[in-house]
Design a protein around this ligand. Structure first.
Ligand code: MN3
Length: 201
């Protein structure tokens, strides 16, 4: 069974002005589609075709680089789209909010540390909020790696992610990655993050 490009639950323009429609369209229909096409080609005819993308990530050291890069790209983007929504942003509530405050001191401090993980990721990659052994941890990965991968420096269950590849922001923000990361808070779908947090515990 081949992987497929997931449909977005909102329009390409729905995250404006924070993330522009053209960036969303190219990012989803070109970049993510390419990861899907390429991981399917890399897995074609192998037993791994029966595995979920999560299962593949968890044993990624057994796969060649095209699976790591494109399979990671497919998992990461499939998650990323669900972590954003129109009329979202604001602050988390409930158990997740309490855990963020308990772990990082405050929501403001958490935002600073998470954005810093994205800003300081050299080149292309992702910043993450994960659940590791029941605790919240901020990390980042290079390229299309993710914290599910057995090769990841910091492993855990991803609950929030932001893409810091230039293709995620360059049309609107050019070299200003910190401005893109500041704008990201306006589109974070905290309801979905809370759902993933609950599931990860
Ligand atoms: Mn991307």
């Amino acid at each position: 069974m081949a992987f497929e490009l997931p449909k977005l639950t909102y329009a390409y323009a729905a995250l404006e002005p924070h993330i522009d429609a053209r960036t969303m369209e190219i990012h989803h229909s070109k970049h993510h589609q390419a990861y899907v096409t390429n991981v399917n080609a890399a897995l074609a005819g192998s037993d791994a075709e029966k595995l979920s993308i999560e299962e593949i990530c968890k044993s990624i050291s057994k796969f060649p680089a095209p699976v790591r890069n494109n399979g990671g790209g497919h998992y990461n983007h499939s998650l990323f789209w669900t972590l954003m929504a129109p009329n979202a942003g604001g602050e988390p509530t409930g158990d997740l909010a309490a855990a963020i405050t308990a772990t990082f001191g405050s929501f403001e401090e958490f935002k600073k540390l998470f954005a810093n993980a994205g800003v300081t990721r050299f080149g292309s990659g992702w910043a993450w909020l994960i659940v590791k052994e029941g605790k919240l941890v901020i990390s980042s990965t290079p390229n299309q790696d993710n914290p599910l991968m057995d090769v990841a420096e910091v492993k855990g269950a991803p609950i929030l992610a932001v893409d810091v590849w230039e293709h995620a922001y360059y049309l609107n923000y050019q070299n200003r990655r910190p401005d893109y990361l500041a704008a990201f808070w306006n589109v974070v779908n905290w309801a979905e993050v809370a759902k993933l947090y609950k599931a990860a515990l």
